[in-house]
Design a protein around this ligand. Structure first.
Ligand SMILES: [Zn+2]
Length: 112
């Protein structure tokens, strides 16, 4: 069963450059992580390093490193049909609405 994404988390769109498919990842606010795990396990500079190198895991189970890779890039503008169906299916209806809160290529044309 899908679980709702908490309100202090952001949806993050990660485009697979090779296929053009846009996957969905969830990014939690830093304080969320700090309370739960990071301060318990490591501290100071080590905590920052652990956070910055941890992979982004998409809803369909892919691990990506958008901050290092060239195969996966963060995106905010893409056509709806490029959204990964497997990722989309993991969302509850309220979160599925949030998945469509992104710019589409058509928006750019209208602005010109
Ligand atoms: Zn996916």
């Amino acid at each position: 069963m899908p679980k709702p994404i908490s309100f202090d988390a952001d949806l993050l769109f990660v485009e697979s450059v090779g296929t053009g498919t846009v996957h969905i990842a969830v990014r939690y606010e830093a304080h969320h992580l700090a309370e739960d795990e990071v301060t318990e396990v490591v501290s100071g500079g080590a905590a920052f390093v652990a956070l910055s190198i941890s992979p982004t895991v998409t809803r369909c189970g892919k691990r990506t490193f958008p901050q290092f890779e060239r195969d996966h890039v963060k995106t905010t503008r893409f056509a709806d049909e490029r959204l990964c169906a497997a990722c989309y299916r993991t969302l509850v209806p309220e979160d599925q609405e949030r998945a469509f809160e992104h710019d589409t290529p058509n928006d750019a044309g209208a602005a010109c």
